[in-house]
Design a protein around this ligand. Structure first.
Ligand SMILES: [Mg+2]
Length: 138
């Protein structure tokens, strides 16, 4: 890449950054890119790998459920879910994703790999007419 081409790429990226109000790659992050970034902040003792993110993910799922429970309880004073509550749920779901990302790494999986396996499983069930029902390996 020539110096001129590099300048053009940087200028385009900066333009996208200015237009979006935030970093371009954060608006269009792929799962593995997210996992790579998230893992930069994954700091826990090696002896607690797997169990630490598993416990954390359960804790964060509880936070998601708690916010939905408070909405059902009527804490917002309106029947519809508020924008503020949705935003709070978005942040808590992000915490779930962070722990899932760490748990996946500790089990040697990428988030892309997990997502693809899940879609393949669901497509197979749908194609075979067994999307409803129970059993992990139906
Ligand atoms: Mg949280």
């Amino acid at each position: 890449m020539t110096r001129w081409q590099l300048t053009k790429v940087v200028a385009t990226a900066f333009s996208l950054y200015k237009r979006s109000g935030q970093c371009y790659y954060l608006k269009h992050m792929e799962l593995n890119e997210y996992q790579k970034e998230a893992l930069k902040t994954a700091k826990y003792p090696e002896k607690y790998r797997i169990i630490y993110p598993a416990l954390g993910m359960g804790d964060e799922v509880g936070e998601v459920l708690g916010k939905i429970k408070k909405w059902l309880r009527g804490d917002d004073g309106v029947e519809e879910i508020t924008t503020e509550r949705k935003e709070a749920l978005k942040l808590e779901m992000g915490d779930v994703l962070w722990y899932l990302s760490s748990l996946a790494r500790d089990l040697d999986f990428s988030l892309d790999e997990i997502a693809k396996a899940n879609i393949e499983k669901l497509k197979s069930r749908s194609d075979r007419g067994v999307i409803k029902g129970s059993g992990d390996y139906r």
